[in-house]
Design a protein around this ligand. Structure first.
Ligand SMILES: [Zn+2]
Length: 251
């Protein structure tokens, strides 16, 4: 890789260091998670000030310092600010869950993860607050599928029995799969996924994200589905996610 290079990217996180500098973690389709430094980005006049905040997406111009073994952001052409995501509290917390789970668990295909995140953010940006949770569910399920961590929707992970399309399954905290009611006997917190909820997961794979998000089981089934996805996300991350904890009652 040459010293100067550029990549598409989405800012996942940043932190201030020194008086006026910013450490930035971005997701790149070519390089996965990249840590870079935006010098002066916390000063009032810093040109990188607003474009290095979480959710900013565009082209990053970078310089690799072989001596310090660090990467510097020299410029950023921001294409998406996602104002619509920032201005809606449900949408903002939804996006925060996505950024945090990628930060904590990313290890798969960078290009696919980047595409999923960018497409999801664009749809979330344009949607209403009421429909944000549909994209929350779809993103998390697709992310888990990409990571190979999505439970099977048509067999019980306990007894291995194949389930028909009109039967539900149970997920409980810390479990690696969905279980039939007989196998799910556990004192841990659990959530029952109805046949309608499982159907939304089953058929989402072959559909474009926007269409899959329109899948609407009854309200109780959808609420359970969302709860199960948040459980799955935290179980996959190996612990609580700050965005889910602080977004409690909002998400
Ligand atoms: Zn079973």
């Amino acid at each position: 890789m040459s010293r100067n290079f550029q990549t598409a990217g989405i800012v996942l996180k940043n932190n201030r260091f020194g008086e006026i500098h910013k450490g930035v973690i971005l997701l790149s389709p070519e390089h996965g998670l990249l840590s870079a430094v935006a010098y002066g980005a916390c000063s009032a006049k810093g040109k990188l000030r607003s474009v290095t905040n979480p959710l900013c997406a565009g082209t990053f111009f970078l310089y690799r310092d072989p001596v310090k073994d660090s990467i510097k952001i020299t410029d950023m052409d921001c294409r998406d600010f996602f104002e619509g995501v920032r201005s809606g509290i449900v949408k903002f917390f939804t996006a925060s869950v996505w950024l945090e789970i990628i930060l904590k668990t990313f290890g798969g295909d960078a290009e696919e993860t980047f595409s999923l995140l960018l497409e999801s953010l664009r749809l979330l940006d344009a949607c209403t607050e009421d429909s944000a949770s549909r994209f929350l569910v779809q993103f998390l399920w697709r992310y888990l599928e990409l990571a190979g961590a999505a439970p099977a929707t048509d067999v019980c992970a306990g007894c291995g029995e194949t389930r028909s399309e009109n039967q539900g399954l149970v997920y409980y905290r810390g479990a690696s799969g969905f279980f039939c009611r007989e196998c799910a006997a556990s004192s841990r917190e659990s959530v029952f996924l109805s046949a309608g909820a499982l159907g939304c997961l089953r058929y989402s794979r072959g559909l474009p994200l926007e269409k899959a998000a329109a899948c609407s089981p009854d309200a109780a089934s959808f609420a359970a589905l969302k709860k199960a996805m948040l459980f799955l996300a935290e179980d996959f991350a190996g612990g609580p996610l700050n965005s889910i904890r602080t977004g409690k009652g909002i998400l």
